[in-house]
Design a protein around this ligand. Structure first.
Ligand code: CP
Length: 330
């Protein structure tokens, strides 16, 4: 483990991966590595964020991201409020900005926000005094998902540079794909996107990826395969002829997996549609699938992001050192 003595992260918000530097990404991953060990202890509670208030504001449904942000905040000692849009005054017509400014008046230290529109979280961040973490905005970015994916790969392969990672399926609607493309290319991995032309953004090759429409060719010698869900809720009209045909050409099955490296990692951000983008046996294949590990890494990465954003710079490294000493001895 390579935990940082100081944390190189000076941003007020975490809105996107695009623009983060290699040292900044490494700092968050190194810190998250330490929190993986904390989360595997019986006693998980830390006091790093005691006295801080975190509000989770989700305009879109979520299982993994919301739960892990709640756990992350609580394990760091923060007071965490989950605001459900269903039970809020948004249902009475209050706008997102008025809601954000109302919450801001209660002096939260951090708002964790998911919204169905690309750019909405950034807009909100301009109206509040505390830090804002983007928990997924439309098809734009999902920065903490890319960080947890990177941590999962790095812990298995001990590096990111030089690896070949395939991102397969509905790239067009995927904020996970965009954040992963930015992170992995920044860190020196080769990124391949594999999808039918209807499910790829225009000019995706300008993001520094290799484009494949033939999945078997695209998977040749890959180190990791990230499967994506068909996001039918963001589709207007038909993007694939049928689910059956889609699975035949773009679903991950044993035959297609055989083209990748023998120890290739199978990844999925969830929620997963078994039998649509991934064969159900492969999803649970303990020799390849790291899907549950991704969920575990999600809590650690979100603890690292809260720590890096909320602790004054001068205290960050000292806190990590104290944590390391408590875990591993002086
Ligand atoms: N990967 C992910 O964002 O999952 P949730 O929608 O369940 O949060």
């Amino acid at each position: 483990m390579n935990a940082p003595a100081s944390i190189n992260f000076s941003h007020r918000h975490l809105l996107r991966i695009e623009g983060l530097s290699v040292p900044e990404i490494n700092a968050l991953l190194d810190l998250a590595d330490t929190y993986v060990e904390v989360n595997r202890q019986v006693e998980k509670k830390q006091s790093v964020l005691r006295g801080r208030t975190q509000i989770n504001l989700f305009f879109e449904s979520s299982t993994r991201t919301r739960t892990s942000f709640e756990l992350a905040g609580k394990r760091l000692g923060a007071d965490v409020i989950n605001m459900s849009v269903e039970g809020s005054s948004i249902k009475k017509g209050e706008t997102m900005i008025d809601t954000a400014m109302t919450l801001n008046a209660m002096h939260p230290d951090v708002l964790v926000v998911r919204h169905h529109d690309s750019g909405a979280v950034e807009l909100l961040s301009q109206k509040v005094d505390g830090a804002v973490i983007n928990a997924g905005d439309g098809s734009h970015e999902h920065p903490t998902q890319a960080l947890l994916d990177a941590l999962t790969i790095r812990r298995r392969r001990h590096k990111l540079a030089g690896l070949v990672v395939a991102i397969c399926g509905d790239v067009l609607h995927s904020r996970v794909a965009r954040s992963n493309i930015h992170l992995l290319t920044t860190m020196g991995a080769e990124v391949r996107v594999i999808a039918p032309p209807t499910l790829l953004p225009r000019f995706v090759d300008r993001l520094g990826v290799k484009v494949f429409h033939d999945m078997k060719r695209g998977l040749e010698d890959c180190d990791a395969i990230m499967m994506l869900r068909l996001q039918t809720e963001r589709m207007h009209g038909a993007f694939v002829p049928s689910i059956r045909e889609y699975f035949h050409f773009y679903g991950l099955d044993k035959e297609k997996l055989a083209r990748a490296k023998p120890d290739a990692l199978i990844m999925h951000p969830g929620p997963m549609n078994r039998g649509v983008e991934i064969d159900t046996v492969l999803a649970d294949d303990i020799d390849h699938s790291v899907i549950r590990e991704q969920v575990e890494m999600g809590v650690a990465v979100r603890m690292a992001c809260l720590h890096a954003l909320l602790l004054p710079a001068a205290n960050r490294g000292a806190n990590v050192e104290r944590l390391r000493s408590a875990l591993f001895g002086p």
